[in-house]
Design a protein around this ligand. Structure first.
Ligand code: AHR
Length: 625
């Protein structure tokens, strides 16, 4: 208790010493701290000139007001990295229990965030930073925003030849790179859309206006503009108005409420569309409280849902936002969860099933558990039976990425939310599920490739790789392959000479590896297996052929199970990229949050690392699965 009173003094001193300037608010009602302060959270905001950031702080403030005993101190870095570093130091000096930071320049601030993270929990809000040296990231699904914007541009263009201008925020910042990546992915399939210019306007409305005036000089015929924020989209509209140009379709991003917010601009036909997502302010406080209170099931990253807003949908969107999402849901007591597992194909899966069963008990949720034996049809049958039983929530890990549309619509009609765990679906309509909890499979593939490139740096000769894919059409197989190829494609001496599914099982891994050895023999230098079981099967096949796995042939796999760490210490496996199966607590937390009426992010991502031979013995001892 003494500690708490001390903290209140600090805040009082802060209120007296800092007049205006950088630390501008001691929240929870007034500037006078409560005697009953239990936790103090510092919010380091990048600037307060972007409306989106003002809205974020408002959300933080509103949510903080709901928690008695919570004090929030805000700082404004006014677009400066140096100022943001000083702000963080000041906040630490005030004895904050947790830092929420929305960065000015993520790369620049990464080291200080890592330092703070060693002392207290850090929530990174809005702009992602590389690596894992923070507690939790909350932000929008930026690639999805880009893809959806690309699709809207394609829909607006139809089969006409059109000229397009893209207006980006801060150059090279993660949201810009991710949004552009998703945007380009869609546009590359539409040769009738000609991107005539790309403007970089630093998220600034007036800069967007000035730059667009310049662009118009060179390209008088512009049909569509995609701006990475509504503020910049508004700047572009002003430029066209100044030039007396009408009819340009402008799309923005943010979808904020209030005058000149994206929703208002769409309603008034100033914008043709926008992509709305929450700022994450409210969620940051909710997760901060969960962290401070030591709750379980906190993920590493959460991505917020993106909603396409056009004139036809804007009112419905606002109505839903106000009325549906925040009401506590009616449910049975205890909450009933129907869960359909993929099967029993791997030791990863066994650990995943145990985690779900254990967490259901810990959270007091009644679990009805079915096993689909790797069959999509079995999964669909099981989901239908759960719909008939009217369980409160259905969760499943889809065997493959497609084929579930009808049954998901049936669940939606029945008003039963569906949660995807571990594997994802490749469907466009993400309103068919509440959230998706699991790994970033593409990043797992990139990690495998990154390690290989590092290990073989400087090797000039050809490097031949054979790949053992997981179940064909499953999201881990699709994305682990994609991520691996993404990094290798710029290195011309790396060749994937064979790639075949071995269904994530040890037996099939062994069988396919035998085929590879027969066909390619000494040519094989590397095996990339999409999971440990297949790699362990391949190791057996390599040994049977008289070669030394891990030495004559490098073996890389994914999952990081105990068996794999054992193979690492024996020198038979070279790397395993972690894929965390312990998703039970995160699933149960999402379910309880949902029934309490909290908004659920569209994607919940777990923390993962890589394991190589160096520390395998030590890691083996601490391994939970
Ligand atoms: O979907 C996750 C994958 O499925 C795991 O990597 C694999 O071992 C499992 O069977």
């Amino acid at each position: 208790m003494g500690f708490r009173i001390k903290k209140s003094y600090w805040i009082l001193i802060l209120g007296i010493v800092i007049l205006g300037g950088c630390v501008y608010k001691v929240a929870h009602g007034s500037n006078q701290p409560d005697e009953g302060t239990e936790f103090v959270i510092g919010v380091s905001q990048a600037n307060l000139t972007e409306p989106w950031r003002v809205a974020m702080n408002d959300e933080i403030r509103k949510e903080a007001d709901r928690h008695k005993g919570l004090q929030v101190i805000f700082t404004d870095a006014a677009h400066s990295n140096d100022k943001q570093k000083q702000d963080i130091d000041k906040l630490l000096g005030f004895g904050i229990d947790l830092l929420i930071i929305s960065t000015n320049d993520s790369e620049n601030l990464k080291p200080i965030i890592a330092q703070v993270h060693k002392k207290i929990p850090v929530i990174v809000l809005g702009r992602a930073i590389g690596g894992y040296d923070y507690t939790l990231f909350i932000g929008p699904a930026n690639e999805t925003i880009g893809r959806n914007a690309g699709q809207l541009v394609a829909d607006l263009a139809g089969d006409q030849q059109v000229n397009l201008v893209e207006i980006q925020g801060l150059a090279e910042s993660p949201p810009v790179l991710e949004r552009s990546k998703g945007f380009k992915e869609i546009l590359q399939n539409h040769p009738n859309i000609h991107q005539v210019d790309t403007i970089v306007a630093d998220w600034n409305r007036d800069k967007a206006e000035d730059q667009m005036l310049e662009t118009i000089k060179n390209h008088p015929q512009i049909d569509i503009v995609f701006a990475h924020s509504d503020a910049m989209a508004l700047g572009a509209r002003r430029a066209f108005e100044k030039k007396g140009i009408q009819g340009v379709k402008i799309i923005g991003v943010d979808g904020l409420e209030g005058e000149n917010g994206g929703l208002d601009l769409v309603r008034r036909d100033i914008l043709t569309g926008t992509f709305a997502y929450r700022t994450g302010g409210k969620e940051s406080i909710q997760y901060a409280m969960d962290l401070l209170q030591g709750k379980s099931g906190i993920p590493k990253k959460i991505l917020l849902r993106v909603n396409k807003i056009t004139k036809d949908s804007v009112d419905q969107y606002v109505h839903n936002k106000q009325n549906i999402l925040h009401a506590p849901k009616q449910h049975k007591h205890p909450i009933e969860l129907g869960f359909v597992q993929v099967g029993t194909e791997s030791s990863w899966r066994a650990a995943n099933s145990s985690s779900i069963k254990k967490a259901a008990q810990d959270f007091g949720i009644e679990l009805k558990f079915k096993n689909a034996n790797q069959s999509m049809e079995n999964q669909i049958k099981a989901i239908r039976s759960f719909i008939r039983e009217r369980v409160d929530v259905i969760a499943f890990s889809p065997v493959v990425q497609t084929g579930y549309e009808d049954v998901l619509r049936e669940a939606k009609m029945a008003g039963i939310p569906v949660i995807l765990t571990d594997r994802e679906l490749g469907l466009k309509d993400d309103s068919l599920w509440l959230t998706s909890i699991g790994s970033d499979f593409q990043e797992e593939g990139r990690r495998a490739a990154r390690w290989l490139l590092e290990q073989t740096k400087g090797v000039k000769k050809e490097i031949n790789i054979v790949e053992l894919q997981g179940t064909s059409g499953s999201s881990p197989a699709v994305y682990r392959k994609k991520g691996f190829e993404e990094l290798l494609k710029n290195n011309s001496n790396y060749h994937i000479i064979a790639s075949k599914s071995a269904d994530f099982t040890k037996e099939a891994g062994r069988r396919v590896m035998k085929e590879y050895l027969k066909k390619y023999g000494d040519k094989i230098q590397v095996v990339y297996a999409h999971n440990d079981d297949m790699a362990l099967g391949a190791i057996e096949a390599i040994e049977e052929s008289g070669k030394n796995p891990g030495k004559d042939i490098l073996i890389i796999s994914v999952d990081a199970t105990r068996e794999a760490l054992n193979a690492l210490s024996a020198g038979k496996l070279n790397l395993t990229v972690e894929c965390n199966p312990l998703l039970g607590p995160e699933l149960m937390k999402a379910i309880t949050d949902y029934v309490e009426g909290k908004e659920i992010p569209v994607k919940i991502i777990t923390e993962e690392g890589i394991f190589s031979q160096e520390n395998a013995k030590r890691d083996y001892l601490n391994r939970a699965y």
